[in-house]
Design a protein. Structure first.
Length: 105
């Protein structure tokens, strides 16, 4: 371990970063007030980054959606929302983008 690495490690331990001995990324305050729902869907037809963007854009427009990550390689779309989503709304958004939602993955 170099002196520089040792200083960075010691700093991380004292500042409570992800590298802290507790393994926490934060003090937990956000956990108490943040409720979110993560759902992973299977989508067919995505082959590239453009496809991922089209699906992400359409799903992101749904009310309550806070994050979307589409992966063409796996055909999986991970959606984080403030409340559970109606699957028919997600299906309609994916259809609007030109792809097919086959259900939850």
């Amino acid at each position: 371990m170099t002196a520089e690495t040792k200083i960075e490690t010691e700093t991380a331990r004292t500042t409570g970063s992800c590298c802290s001995p507790t393994g926490s990324c934060h003090d937990g305050a956000a956990d108490a007030t943040t409720d979110s729902f993560t759902t992973v869907y299977a989508v067919t037809g995505m082959t590239c980054g453009h496809c991922e963007g089209a699906v992400s854009d359409e799903i992101s427009a749904l009310q309550g959606v806070t994050s979307v990550k589409a992966e063409a390689a796996t055909g999986r779309v991970t959606v984080i929302s403030e409340a559970p989503l109606n699957e028919s709304d997600v299906r309609a958004a994916v259809d609007e983008a030109g792809y097919e939602l086959t259900g939850q993955a």
